[in-house]
Design a binder for this molecule. Sequence first.
Ligand SMILES: NC(=O)c1ccc[n+]([C@@H]2O[C@H](COP(=O)([O-])OP(=O)(O)OC[C@H]3O[C@@H](n4cnc5c(N)ncnc54)[C@H](O)[C@@H]3O)[C@@H](O)[C@H]2O)c1
Ligand SMILES: [Zn+2]
Length: 702
Amino acid sequence: MPTEPEIAPVVDAAHAAPFGTADDYRAATERIRGAAAAYYEGTDLAMDDATYDALLARVTATEQAQPGWVVAGSPAQVVAAGGGVVGDVEHSTPMLSLANVFDEEELRAWAARLDRVIGRPAAGYTVEPKIDGMAIAARYVDGRLVQVATRGDGRAGEDVTAQARSVAGLPAELTRPVTVEVRGEVFMTDADFAEANELRTAHGGAPFANPRNAAAGTLRAQDRAYLAPLSFLAYAVHDLPGGEGLTHSAAMAAIAELGVSTTGGSAAGMAVCTTVDELVAAIASLGALRDKLGFDIDGVVIKADSPADRDAAGSSSRAPRWAIAYKFPADTRTSKLLGIDVQVGRTGVITPVAVIQAVQVGGVTVTSATLHNFDDLVRRDVRVGDTVFVRRAGEVIPEITGAKLDERPADAVPFAAPEVCPRCGGEIDRSQKRWRCTQGRACGATESLAYFAARDSMDIEGLGDKVIRALVAAGMVTDPADLYTLDLDAVAQLERMGRTSATKLLANIEGSKKQPLSRVLTGLGVRMTGRSMSRRLARHFGSMDALCAATVEQLQEVEAVGPERAATIAAELADLAPVIAKLTERGINMVEPGVTPYAERSTVVEGAHLPLQKPDGSPMTVVVTGSVPGLTRTEGNEAVERLGGKSSGSVSKRTDLVVVGDGAGSKAAKAEELGLRIMPSDRFAALLAADDAGESPALDDF
Ligand SMILES: NC(=O)c1ccc[n+]([C@@H]2O[C@H](COP(=O)([O-])OP(=O)(O)OC[C@H]3O[C@@H](n4cnc5c(N)ncnc54)[C@H](O)[C@@H]3O)[C@@H](O)[C@H]2O)c1
Ligand SMILES: [Zn+2]
């Protein structure tokens, strides 16, 4: 690994350098056309988006400086850079691209230009996520979905009606028999993408570089052998009966009423702003949400909300003047694979980790990324020296999705996997996709104790890495249960500890006995479960006994637990049985407060209603903003779930309840603006207390 990593440049479209010769300019237009063709076909990614955008910016700059050089049908002047696959479905009105801005200054310049074009200040704007997928137009006749087409060259696209029929969010039938055209983005969620790539590589196919590529490939796929689920969010509507004169936001709300999923109804929501300052704030808050959406957005789309403003602004041949895309830093980049490290995790799992040349991905400098497992590494055929796609999505660690085989150095050799556990030298269990040291947890006692003590698990203050190492070295603990029988005198003898700290530490350990089951589960680090899965399991089964007694079948009653995960969880729990027994014996709480015991559920569930459940039993979407007395942020969210709700980070029209506490900011204001139900945090705390006391409180009484 070089000591001074070279950071791949990020695009700066506004300051792109024109090409020096007409030949270089023409060569660049050819490269762009080739890349765009592969991109829209969803077959390959010739370069990453940042590189593509930079090249296109240079072509644009060249065309401004040297109008005489401009080639006919230049990719800088046509929709989809001329790479869109043209089909035989003509569009009712052209499907255009969007012009881009990259920072606040450019945004303000765009807004000022818009005001000048329409001859008055724009009446208002909407802010929507720019979903990174493929644009489609969907026609409904008398409420039935009859035709779906891709954007193509903007005038005509390909018929993908058959493939689009199973897309989530694009119903086969509307709630009313309306004839209308809906436009929006077909995309793949992060979770579906991970699954899609597994399926593909298992069938011997090359992995998709990112969900966009996967969505395009899947939507256009003829070979339906390994289909991955697609989703849809609408962002435009045409010919809505009675829709003349409606603002964009109102028209989209009408479409949502008809049963179509819209950007406004997504986790990202749609903000309506009147000033540019509000726009800037709305873009920033969507930017902060980007990692938590569960699907890729590559920016924000700002549109004039008023139809009169749109008409006055009009469109160029390539893009409307009444809308602009505010681009975020790209989340898939290419970089060079410098090496492959082998890491052993807390449960003994052995994983390959990529060491890459530093690159900016999603606004963060990335130097290492996961390669998932050895199986995957072999299937994806990734080698040291390769140019690889690095993707950073959500809050997960960056991953290598694949290598660009056409850029592989001649001397690249396949990776040689380790023969023995690199941490303890023990044997490796290769029976599953994820290899493990046969020593399992014992191989990583220190790590597993740190995980148990962590903030999101048992939250034991004072039990940091150094103390844990000292305890393990002194032979005082080997598993989490040992923590609860520590001897004060012995602990006080440890280096740099002393009696006061030791007393405090033991008190904190003692205090952790009361943590809810969900945190005990998180702390145990059951494979294939994390914090939120642990919460789901705890809420579903209510007690450790019920959970451990659950069959693989019953485990699958829990959301997002499929057969493979269920089997793993069951095996892990069996594996952990001795530690769990030891913990129980030592008085650690093994129930989730407020949950009806699993055994009694089938008889009670019908009538029982949690305070944050809607009449149909589905969870209310609740946003907690500001502080709730006596609760941390995580505990606040846990409380929402315990009361039957679903906690969310952003306020939108879909929010059912906003809990407002001290220090609440813009979210509270937005809730008021939207006329949402608001609950002061002290009353929420009272509701929680009543529920904990088993009083079955009703929300309306608080
Ligand atoms: N890596 C490559 O080789 C390669 C090749 C071609 C294009 N690209 C990428 O594609 C981009 C340009 O292509 P484009 O013209 O398809 O897209 P664009 O950036 O011009 O944006 C227009 C598209 O945005 C989408 N969109 C998503 N959310 C929307 C919303 N809320 N409202 C309206 N539209 C929304 C629609 O599909 C629409 O067609 C570039 O930024 C480039 O990075 C990359
Ligand atoms: Zn080991």
